[in-house]
Design a protein. Structure first.
Length: 279
């Protein structure tokens, strides 16, 4: 599919800012969604990646596209591809954001690129996010939003990639409709592949798609269950989609200040790969 990359690149540099008072409700709700009973309280620091349930992109129903996403052509360019996935992110943690502090997030479109993959043409938007609270800059994050062509007739799943081996940290989680609904609600994310099963199947998936961010959050939680050291940076990339009701096996391999983390499905195929640097 031909993409007018020159036109899309005209959006580079556009930005928008969202303010948030960081109320405790989102942290309590996320803790419940993760099956934790130790939600942060007023004044407490947010655990790594929990900031994703704040700074929601709030817009009216009239701005929704057919797939449930916000209409493109305002902050983000009008990419003419129907499928979207959160390809990955790279984060640096400068200081913690705290429950109850006034904070803001400024998002800037940093780059637009086109690639040819096994499933056809892909457009990748690189979005840089700067989070700041009362004490100044807190988190710098660079996200990859990947747009893909509609599924082709007979298109099968991606070939599995084998994960690393020998992880001493291990945990298994499963996701169902209720968990995906709760997480979508916390993100104010109406993307239909996460809650509308017939729509997800029409897009070539075998079931409801588990949010890549939710899997990454579980990997960060695996780290937090085994170490109380502060996280200086965290990066991850989505390798293969996971559908609901399938097992998700979380793995962690510490090596000094570096922790390699990954998630694999019940067949042992790599889903998400991550790395954390500890202070």
């Amino acid at each position: 599919m031909a993409i007018d990359i020159t036109s899309l690149k005209q959006w580079i540099g556009r930005s928008e800012t969202v303010a948030d008072e960081m109320p405790a409700f989102q942290a309590r709700a996320l803790a419940a969604t993760l099956d934790r009973d130790d939600a942060p309280k007023a004044g407490d620091a947010l655990p790594p990646l929990w900031h994703w349930v704040y700074f929601a992109d709030v817009f009216g129903n009239s701005a929704l596209m057919e797939n449930g996403h916000r209409r493109l052509g305002d902050f983000l360019p009008p990419v003419p591809l129907p499928r979207r996935m959160f390809g990955g992110a790279r984060l640096s943690f400068l200081r913690p954001l705290r429950i109850g502090e006034a904070a803001r997030c400024t998002s800037t479109l940093a780059d637009v690129s086109v690639k040819q993959g096994k499933s056809g043409t892909m457009v990748i938007l690189k979005i840089r996010k700067a989070f700041a609270g009362a004490g100044g800059p807190a988190i710098v994050e660079e996200q990859d939003a990947v747009y893909r062509e509609a599924p082709r007739p007979g298109e099968g799943p991606l070939a599995p990639i084998a994960p690393p081996a020998g992880a001493p940290w291990q945990r298994e989680v499963r996701f169902n409709e209720a968990i995906l609904f709760r997480y979508s609600a916390l993100l104010f994310n109406a993307y239909r592949i996460h809650y509308d099963r017939p729509y997800a199947e029409s897009q070539g998936y075998a079931g409801l798609v588990v949010h890549g961010q939710l899997i990454a959050t579980h990997l960060a939680e695996l780290l937090r269950r085994h170490s109380d050291r502060a996280v200086a940076s965290f990066q991850y990339r989505s390798v293969r989609p996971l559908v609901d009701l399938s097992p998700c096996r979380l793995r962690g391999l510490p090596d000094g200040d570096t922790v390699t983390l990954w998630a694999e499905d019940g067949e042992g195929a790599l889903l998400v790969q991550a790395e954390a640097q500890l202070r």
